[in-house]
Design a protein around this ligand. Structure first.
Ligand code: NAD
Length: 232
């Protein structure tokens, strides 16, 4: 049985990916940072849940010791920051970078060590439309997600000959707890900007990750999942 590890997988996009791969017959492991009640509900589905802060090197090492080898790693855990740059302090910048980029680095490093032995594996980084085109009042978040796009391409080049593929998905506006702060009016305005006139669902992103898992010759790409939001 193949193993997939999805960071931040007890709610939102990560949980949809977990459910998709459970149906595909995978052993599914997820991490979470807080969300104890979501973790219990996720565990009840037959998904292994692990409390681990992905920005903490020791916690990531311990996590991989508990889980063992992974065939697929989805670096999904992420935090947003919506502020104008003059109001962002350096500690906030560092926090976003350490979770969104540092977490992907630490988990990829731990997973790749074992993938190299097997000469196979897949890493999917969850970036964002803002990583592709930049979001006003989200400069730090956008920078962290753009970093993941560069990380994806560089790792794909570095690991391709070892049989390890690395890709990213870039969701647009997805209906998850991360966007719970938007009012009805905000959401109506956002939908007006999206050619498909709807928010995305976690399942839309999960389907994109499944596409990347099923296509053995696809590496180094970014797959936008945004209803046409980033069409120029
Ligand atoms: P969410 O807030 O619902 O879920 C994020 C998950 O990450 C949670 O389970 C949380 O526990 C976990 N997490 C946060 N910090 C962590 C840490 N330090 N260690 C371990 N886990 C941690 O968000 P979501 O909307 O499901 O977003 C998932 C990913 O998709 C994020 O990387 C986000 O940036 C990205 N994304 C989301 C959207 C969107 O519109 N929702 C759009 C583009 C990209």
């Amino acid at each position: 049985m193949k193993t997939i590890l999805i960071t931040g997988g007890v709610r939102g996009i990560g949980k949809s990916i977990a459910e998709k791969f459970l149906k595909k017959g995978y052993r599914v492991c997820v991490t979470y940072s807080k969300d104890e009640s979501s973790a219990s509900a996720t565990a009840a589905l037959g998904i292994e849940t692990y409390h681990a802060d992905v920005s903490n090197e020791l916690a990531v090492q311990e996590l991989f010791e508990k889980i063992g080898d992974v065939d697929v790693l989805v670096n999904n855990a992420g935090i947003s920051l919506i502020k104008q740059i003059q109001d962002v302090d350096y500690a906030e910048f560092q926090k976003v970078m350490s979770v969104n980029v540092g977490g992907a680095f630490l988990c990829s490093k731990a997973a790749v060590k074992k993938m190299l032995d097997k000469k196979s594996g897949l890493i999917v980084n969850v970036s964002s439309v803002w990583g592709e085109v930049g979001g006003s009042c989200e400069s730090v978040y956008s920078a962290s997600k753009a970093a993941l796009l560069g990380f994806t391409k560089a790792l794909a080049k570095e690991l391709g000959y070892s049989g390890i593929r690395v890709n990213s998905v870039s969701p647009g506006v997805i209906d998850t707890p991360m966007n719970a702060h938007f009012t009805k009016e905000d959401l109506a305005l956002i939908k007006e900007e999206i050619p498909m006139r709807r928010l995305g669902y976690g399942e839309d992103v999960a389907n994109a990750v499944a596409y990347l898992e099923e296509n053995d010759y696809v590496t180094g790409i970014d797959l936008p999942v945004n209803g046409g939001f980033s069409i120029v």
